[in-house]
Design a protein around this ligand. Sequence first.
Ligand code: SR1
Length: 373
Amino acid sequence: MSIRPHRRLLAGAVALGALTAATIAAGAASATTAPPSDDTGAASEAPAGSDAATAEVPPAFADGSAHIAVVAQLSAGDYFEQWRAGAEAQAEALGIELDFLSADGDNDRHALNLQQAVSEGADAIIVDHGFPETIQPAIGEAVAAGIPLVAFDVDPGEHEVVTLTQSDEVMAGAVLEVLGADTGGEGDVIYVYVAGFAPLDRRDAVWQEFKAANPGINEVAQIGVVSDNTAAQVAEQAKAALQANPDVTAIFAPYDEFAKGAKQAIVELGLEDQVRVYGADISNADIAEMTAEGSPWVATAGTDASNVGAVAVRAAALLAAGLETPDAIVVPPALITQQLLRDEGIENVGQLIEFIPELSTPEIVPIPWLPAE
Ligand code: SR1
């Protein structure tokens, strides 16, 4: 198969008058990525896309003693596994020790893990997801201990830490635009959501706005669970909701484990010709699910999770080296439709990145002493 440059997609999509992966990625980058500051910081000084390293390697990175911890609330599922793989690969490229402490959804353990990373003297800590009530006090303790933090998809509260997000507003808006076009802005919809997760809450705000702007859209059921078995549990809930609401034509499921569960329910009930799934995130497994014959999962929007994990580690490394980063780092997502994947014969994330190079973001918080890939 051949992967053609994304400009072809752009031209085709303009003709169709639709949002495209490429336009979303480019739009998000200019609209939401915090510009590097002029006054300080590696992020603004290192030339994007340069092949050459431009700075001395800081001593702790030269002798391999730099130590970064990831304190993750969740680690099960495609997204989080891909994210971790990207973080570990970036850490290896930097020659640093990366401790990965997962709480497996246990919020108290999440806070304890953060305290442990502080007491073990991490040079920087990445806090990955979490609930404000349990994690913000521990974030405050880490900040008071003088440890630089990167907060990925978690609200750090009043504490001054660098935040990393994926522009959930753009992500949800892009997928809902497809849902709106497919349904003509009318019909019964099941919504999958669990409150309290920062990215899901941001996507929810867009869903609420979308419903207000499209009064013909009728949310007949809200379901959702986040666990180490999310897809299977959502599938059970979705089956019950579909059986109770026979006129449903769409499920908005803005997390790939939700979308997988929604798809499974539709297939098990034989409703592929009636109900479509609109998701979020992308992985090799998601691409297989979306492109499978008769799949009702027609659109998603997301980043390359492994790229986001790498960005998190680069940001933490810069902070550990005493350099600066933007206060708010945003990795832009792309819209990915079933039609695009099928038309272009895209079978995995690697091929998707060839087609949408904006999914790879070496220009976000580059490391000045590391040559760009
Ligand atoms: C339970 S929160 C799941 C989301 O976190 C990341 O932001 C991914 O995009 C995923 O959808």
